[in-house]
Design a protein around this ligand. Structure first.
Ligand SMILES: [Zn+2]
Length: 102
C-alpha cells in the first residue's frame, strides 16, 4: 500500500534524479534548478542557474588550470597542505583571486 502510494506520487522525479543528479542544482551556487528555470550548460553536462554562475565557473576553471601548472613546479608546498580538504582549500584560493581579478 505504502509503496503504491509513493510510486504514484512522483515516479518521474524518482527516475530523473537517479539518471541526472547533476541537473538538480546549479553547480556553482547550488541553487535548485526547476524544469521551468533557464539552465545554462557548460562543458556539456554542468548546469548553472545563470550566465553569471557559468561565467564564474569558467573563470575558476581558468584559474585552476593556472594553479595546476604552477603546482607542478611547487609540489613541496602542496604536500604541507594535504591535511586540509583539497576542495575547500582550492575554493578559498580561487574565490580570493576571482574577486581581485574582477
Ligand atoms: Zn548559480
Amino acid at each position: 500500500m505504502a509503496s503504491a502510494f509513493f510510486f504514484d506520487a512522483e515516479p518521474v522525479c524518482e527516475v530523473s534524479s537517479l539518471l541526472l543528479p547533476a541537473l538538480d542544482a546549479c553547480a556553482l551556487c547550488a541553487k535548485p534548478l526547476g524544469r521551468d528555470d533557464d539552465i545554462f550548460m557548460y562543458r556539456g553536462d554542468t548546469p548553472f542557474c545563470s550566465e553569471e554562475c557559468r561565467d564564474e565557473q569558467m573563470q575558476l576553471d581558468a584559474i585552476r588550470a593556472r594553479q595546476a601548472a604552477r603546482s607542478a613546479a611547487g609540489r613541496r608546498q602542496q604536500q604541507q597542505q594535504q591535511q586540509y580538504s583539497s576542495r575547500t582549500e582550492s575554493r578559498h584560493q580561487e574565490s580570493r583571486k576571482v574577486s581581485v581579478a574582477t
